[in-house]
Design a binder for this molecule. Structure first.
Ligand code: PGA
Length: 247
């Protein structure tokens, strides 16, 4: 796979969904995309399906990866999966710090920075997620929360951060069916872009995630600081996902 700096990027986050039969339909369907597109795309699948994904997508321009990884490289960490293992299954990408991991599994900013670093150390691009909860949004804390989450990643320094992809995903928009407004997202992305500029990290992709679907994706893509989308539910329906990549 090649993720071009200038191309839009659309990633499907399957979350804990899928089975071998349905995955085969979805993954084979993805291969029908028009490769002349100005859009790169990929899928982030559950660990057990990485082998299936590798065997179907191998040799295509489609990227794939996992949704989590360990901060450790090997050893007595029952139930964990290392970056090196992901690399063996051809992963180019891994999600780090998705809000479902931050909230349900209590991942901290420090864990997330370590995971991003572990991924990069074997050449996997971390897609680092940020976002405020509904309570934080209502309390008008969005910018503080984002600043806090992003700062802890920026501590890794410009050279390391420049190899990441960011994704802003307001928790209240995820899985709700109602996305945030493109103008609101643009403001947050512009703010994040400013933080990146301060450490000299330019050209980093910032995706938006939260109820992106074929009917609203274009309204995000016209915004100057929105470089693509992280798509949950709609990535499980081949026609929806393909139509987002074709916009
Ligand atoms: P959604 O999920 O598109 O179903 O809202 C996005 C995500 O959680 O990455």
């Amino acid at each position: 796979m090649t993720i071009k700096k200038s191309n839009r990027l659309v990633l499907g986050n399957w979350k804990m969904n899928g089975n071998i039969l349905d995955n085969a339909i979805l993954l084979n369907g993805l291969k029908n995309v028009d490769y002349s597109l100005h859009c790169d795309f990929g899928v982030l699948v559950p660990f057990p399906y990485l082998s299936q994904t590798l065997s179907i997508l191998h040799g295509t321009k489609i990227s794939w990866g996992a949704q989590n990884l360990s901060i450790h490289s090997s050893g007595a960490y029952t139930g964990e999966v290392s970056a090196t293992m992901l690399k063996e299954f051809g992963c180019d990408l891994v999600l780090v710090g998705h809000s479902e991991r931050r909230i349900l599994y209590k991942e901290t900013n420090s864990d997330i920075a370590k995971k991003a670093f572990a991924a990069l150390s074997v050449g996997i691009t971390p897609v680092v997620c940020f976002g405020e909860t509904l309570d934080e949004f209502k309390a008008k804390q969005t910018f503080n929360i984002i600043e806090n989450q992003v700062s802890s990643i920026l501590e890794l320094g410009c050279e390391i951060v420049s190899r990441m992809i960011f994704s802003y995903e307001p928790v209240w928009a995820i899985g709700s069916g109602s996305a945030a407004s493109p103008e609101y997202v643009q403001d947050i992305h512009f703010f994040i872009r400013g933080m990146l500029d301060q450490i000299g990290a330019s050209g980093i992709k910032i995706l938006y995630g939260g109820s992106v679907k074929s009917s609203n994706a274009a309204s995000f893509f016209v915004m100057p600081d929105i470089d693509g989308a992280l798509v949950g539910n709609a990535s499980l329906i081949i026609d929806d996902f393909l139509s987002i990549t074709k916009l």
